[in-house]
Design a protein. Sequence first.
Length: 370
Amino acid sequence: MTPPSNSPSSSNPAPLQLRARLQRPGFLLDVDMQLPAQGVTALFGPSGSGKTTCLRALAGLEPSATGHVSVAGEVWQDSATHVFRPVHQRLLGYVFQEASLLAHLSVEGNLKFGFQRTPQALRRYNWDQGLALLGISHLLTRMPHELSGGERQRVAIARALATSPRVLLMDEPLAALDSARKADILPWLERLHQELDIPVIYVSHALDEVARLADHLVLLEDGRVIGHGPTAELMTRLDLSLAHGDSASAMLACTVQGHDPADHLMVTTFGDATLLLPWHEAEPGQVLRVRVQARDVSLTLQHQQDTSILNILGATVTAITPDSPGQMMVALQASGSALLARVTERSARALGLHPGQTVFAQIKGVAILG
């Protein structure tokens, strides 16, 4: 989606700022975030960590919260100077877990509800762009009850974009969908990631969604930020909970080089390393996100020859720490990217694993996230 030529732009757009403090019985939100002005930022953490409360504070739905909110260089709230812009004056789009479409209006009516209330001078996207971005042109005459769950959420997102927001807030938009409907809508969310020129703040407790969609990650726990930064970096930091347990994984950005029709494989590279992946409909030059589970990486001291494992990479141990009982988590650097390997304590002892050591990482499985 390309914004109209008269839309505001900057080579260095101002970051989104959220500083909020809110006291509730048994809970205190106390956060200070400076988030990228473009791309997808995920707020990630367990239930009750404050993810949705952060969105609500940003949207102006928590008037008792003190602090500072600014988006695209505009101050929406500042307790020190008694500035508080009400919700209807904040140029934002909000997508909830449930689509909450107006039942008496068609899809077209729901979209026009927001579009026609946005002054012409403030419209960043025209009518056709939202329809094309989310692939809903063929749904315009349908009523909400005639849509699948995934279609309803796509319409809800398009309705939020129809207001030409400066920021798009998404509160677990896939939580109410089954796995099949999630698979249907994720490619459309990826298009938002690729084509929108506004920040998207995405709340989730599903790591697979975060790894697939988010550029930037904020980890929340008990109302506080415990880590923030590029998603791939935080996923492999051994001082954070993401890098521990059975779901620990690393994310690689792999560039497609070509396909091997004979073996039905795809040849990709990251840094100076080659990674063979299952066949995927992708064009040469396309960059794919690939998730490698720590439990699918084994380590050896010598490059193995007689093995069924296709991907064996030279790597350097950067850190090692206990994981679950009898298990160790090993952080690695391979061709400029971080990997994790989950090995038994016995294996770590037998191999003499230590920071700075050269090893070979055998990758038994990968998931192509897109």
